[in-house]
Design a protein around this ligand. Structure first.
Ligand code: FES
Length: 144
């Protein structure tokens, strides 16, 4: 019993404890004191593990049909770019700075995260987590 009470006191936030003691406070308990924008999409584990096969012929991937095209494949948390006819690059779409996803723009071989304005090269080793890719018979395989 004593240890349960100790655990409760340890985990309860101050406004709750003050309220229990009869001191009213109008403040929400929150462990996310640092989060001012609840719409941010922070890094989470990939939605699947292992190789992902992408049919470039699907209209969903029109953006990477031409050389220089890119897209944020949000369902798999991947940034995809077509470098040449047969060469693609795939990166985790989590920003290396603070892990925010889906704030990307791409220009002149550089991805820029609009959250704080950091930029990253489209080269593997340029800051973004890079995955191995192979391309055969219009199927792009990304291994992570
Ligand atoms: S989270 Fe991307 S620049 Fe800070």
């Amino acid at each position: 019993m004593k240890s349960k009470r100790r655990l409760f006191l340890k985990n309860a936030c101050a406004p709750v404890l003050f309220s229990i003691m009869g001191i009213p406070l109008i403040e929400a308990c929150s462990k996310n004191e640092d989060s001012s924008d609840n719409s941010l999409d922070f890094a989470s584990p990939p939605s699947s593990s292992g190789p992902i096969e992408i049919d470039i012929g699907s209209s969903k991937f029109n953006a990477i049909r031409s050389i220089g095209g890119w897209m944020n494949y949000t369902e798999e948390n991947l940034l995809l770019i077509r470098i040449t006819e047969n060469d693609f690059r795939a990166f985790d779409n989590a920003c290396p700075h603070q892990g925010v996803r889906n704030k990307w723009s791409y220009e002149e071989n550089t991805f820029t995260c609009s959250q704080h304005g950091n930029s990253f090269s489209n080269e593997c080793g340029g800051g973004l987590k890079c995955y191995e890719t192979t391309f055969k018979d219009n199927i792009l395989t990304v291994t992570r």
